[in-house]
Structure formats: C-alpha cells, structure tokens
Design a binder for this molecule. Structure first.
Ligand code: SAM
Length: 265
C-alpha cells in the first residue's frame, strides 16, 4: 500500500518531537481528556496523544491513512481509546461522537481548510474547550495579532476564545516540506460569553466584515455603508477612539465596545 503524500489533501507529515510535545503540553492534555484530532495521517500526533491516556476521536479523509492507522493502533481501537472515523471533518456530526462531553482539538491541520476548520469548531453547536493547532506561521501570527493589528480572522477567533502563540515549526520538520514555515497556536477559554444575544453574532460579523472591507480605508468610511458616518463618529468619540483609525488599528476590546454602542442606538 502506497502512503505517498497527497498534496490535494494538504499532507505534510510532522517530524518534530518537540512540536508534538508542545501540542500536548499547551492544551494540558491528560488522561481525563477527550481529544478530537483532525487528519491523523500516519499517526505522528495520535500515538503521543494516546500515550497521555486521553481518548482520541480522529477524523481522516484519506482511506489509505485510515487503513494504515487501523493496523498501527489496532489495540487502542479495540479498547475504545481511539475512535477512528473515515470522514471529512467538515461534514461530521460532532455531537454523535463527543456525546455532549467537553473536548479539546489537537491537530496538524490541512492548510487549505484552516479558516473553515477554525470557523466550524468555534462557532459550531459543540464548541471545544480549547484548540491547539499547527498552522501556517503567517496565519498564526495574524490570529494572535503579532504585529498589533487586528484582522477579520483574529476578530473571529477572539469572539470565542483567547489565542496565543506557542512555537514556530520550521518547514524542514515536515515531510514533504511545505513552502512556508508553520507555528503552533493555542486557542483557550472557548465560550460564547461575548455573544450577548441571538442576533449579536450576526451583527458582529456584519460590522467587522464591513469595517475591514477595504483595508486601507478608515473604518468609519467603510462603516458608512451600514449607518450614517455621523453616528459612527459619535460612537468613536464617546469611546475615545480616533475617528480616522483603520479597522486593523482598533483593538478587539474596542470593537466590542463599538458594537455594544451601535446595538444600543
Ligand atoms: N497529523 C498528521 C501529522 O501531523 O503528521 C498529518 C497532518 S497533514 C498536515 C493533514 C491530514 O489531514 C492528512 O492526513 C489529510 O489526509 C487529512 N485531511 C485533509 N483534509 C481532511 C478533511 N477534510 N477531513 C479530515 N482529514 C483531512
């Protein structure tokens, strides 16, 4: 059976034990945990996750990998510690597997669906309590606002959790090596506390997408598509925010205050 990496499935297998250890330590995986792994591949992360004593539910799209893992982890599958599912993680009914119990996501994810995976898990019905992900370094830096700038992506993550940068993983620690470096991030304290009402999530994303629509423009200029420029100016001034600021220069906390005032108007 050939196990050559399929580019179309984002297969870059992890070779760094240091990165694997960090991905287990950062979300504090222990024997009590239920861990959802996305794309176990050849099991580089699955084995060490199982060694912690945690129960692992792994979703893998590539049948070749599933067959390989069925042999490699036959004992753990038999004992129920590993639940291996041959399915697209984006189409899975998570509740069926987690049965409403708290769980954490730990995964070296296929880069071509990074945003979709993050969105699906964070805004889904069964949110994890934490996500520890190995993703492209540039995307990781954007999520944690390393340059002090916000983006639609960083805002979408921060609405549900607290992202932090764990470590860089250089491209040579993968086989085959991708064209860019990667990084591990942790999204902790995942919850819906910032979402105040049913409509809130929708309004939040409407405002954020409009405000960040044309990056180089001032936020208020973009936002005037939604409401009068003057009413935005009033909101910004009442919060002591520069009315000429670009969306990316306004912090997540300030955005929550802006949205709060907008909803109360
Ligand atoms: N976890 C392994 C490792 O660290 O070496 C493999 C990581 S590789 C970057 C991504 C894995 O995700 C591949 O095994 C690929 O087949 C799988 N995959 C790609 N798209 C998927 C999807 N939609 N649902 C589930 N698994 C997927």
């Amino acid at each position: 059976m050939s196990l050559e990496a399929k580019k179309s499935l984002g297969q870059n297998f992890l070779k760094s034990r240091k990165a694997i250890n960090a991905m287990i330590a950062a979300p504090e995986i222990s024997a009590d945990d239920i861990v959802v792994e996305i794309g176990p591949g050849k099991g580089a992360l699955t084995g060490p996750l199982l060694e912690t004593g945690a129960t692992v539910i792994a979703f893998e799209l590539d049948k070749r990998m599933v067959e390989f893992l069925e042999t490699k982890f036959a004992a753990q599958i038999l004992s129920g510690k590993l639940i291996l599912v041959h399915q697209d993680v984006l189409e899975v009914d998570l509740g069926q597997y987690t049965k409403g119990q708290p769980y954490k996501v730990v995964a070296n994810i296929p880069y071509y669906i990074t945003n979709l995976i993050i969105r699906t898990f964070l805004s889904g019905e069964y949110q994890p309590t934490a996500m520890c992900l190995l993703i492209q370094k540039e995307v990781a830096e954007r999520i944690v606002s390393r340059d002090g700038k916000e983006s639609i992506l960083s805002m979408s993550v921060k609405l549900f959790g607290t992202p932090s940068y764990v470590m860089k993983v250089a491209r040579q620690y993968f086989s085959p090596s991708p064209k860019v470096d990667s990084a591990v991030i942790l999204i902790s304290d995942i919850n819906r506390e910032a979402i105040l009402s049913q409509d809130y999530e929708q309004t939040f994303f409407e405002i954020i997408k409009t405000a960040f629509g044309q990056k180089r423009k001032q936020a208020i200029k973009n936002l005037s598509d939604l409401a009068l420029k003057e009413s935005w100016q009033e909101i910004f001034k009442s919060l002591d925010i520069n009315i000429q600021a670009r969306a990316e220069d306004i912090s997540f906390k300030q955005w929550l205050q802006i949205i709060d005032k907008y909803l109360k108007k």
